[in-house]
Design a protein. Structure first.
Length: 148
């Protein structure tokens, strides 16, 4: 799963607003489009799940590219890196990361990075029992269309 910002150039938005607007995308289809859900949808699903602790060394994908590349070729420009650095700095480690049924992080990469920087070995986490249905598709043009 890739996490993508929807409108990263809005400094007036709060950290929560920026996080809620992020997309959790699947791998691209042959045409480059990706089905996705918004973080708010994942937060709602995880709200009443039990919280456990997960060690950073056990988190899948920590050495993979999550915020850059992809079919829209999002580049790691200085601005893009600075925006992620800001979100890492502002991340609240009290909120649990959200894991897919297979253990892959769906939400929480900024918290994972902050914990790594601060030398914290484990974070609170919730794990979904099943994945929600995708409700949106992101086209390579950046347009979002509902899935019927």
């Amino acid at each position: 799963m890739a996490v993508e910002l929807t409108s990263s150039r809005s400094p007036a938005k709060t950290h929560h607003d920026r996080a809620a607007a992020r997309r959790c995308c699947e791998s691209p289809a042959a045409d480059g489009s990706m089905r996705f859900f918004r973080m708010q949808e994942l937060w709602d699903l995880a709200k009443n799940l039990p919280t456990t602790k997960v060690r950073l060394t056990e988190i899948k994908g920590f050495d993979d590219v999550h915020w850059f590349g992809g079919p829209r070729n999002i580049l790691p420009t200085c601005r893009a890196i600075a925006e992620h650095a800001r979100d890492i700095f502002e991340a609240d480690l009290a909120y649990p990361i959200i894991l897919a049924p297979d253990g892959e992080p769906l939400d929480g990469w900024h918290r994972i990075c902050k914990a790594h920087i601060q030398g914290i070995d484990e974070l609170p986490a919730v794990q979904l029992k099943s994945m929600p249905e995708y409700r949106w598709r992101l086209l390579v043009t950046g347009e979002e269309i509902p899935i019927s």
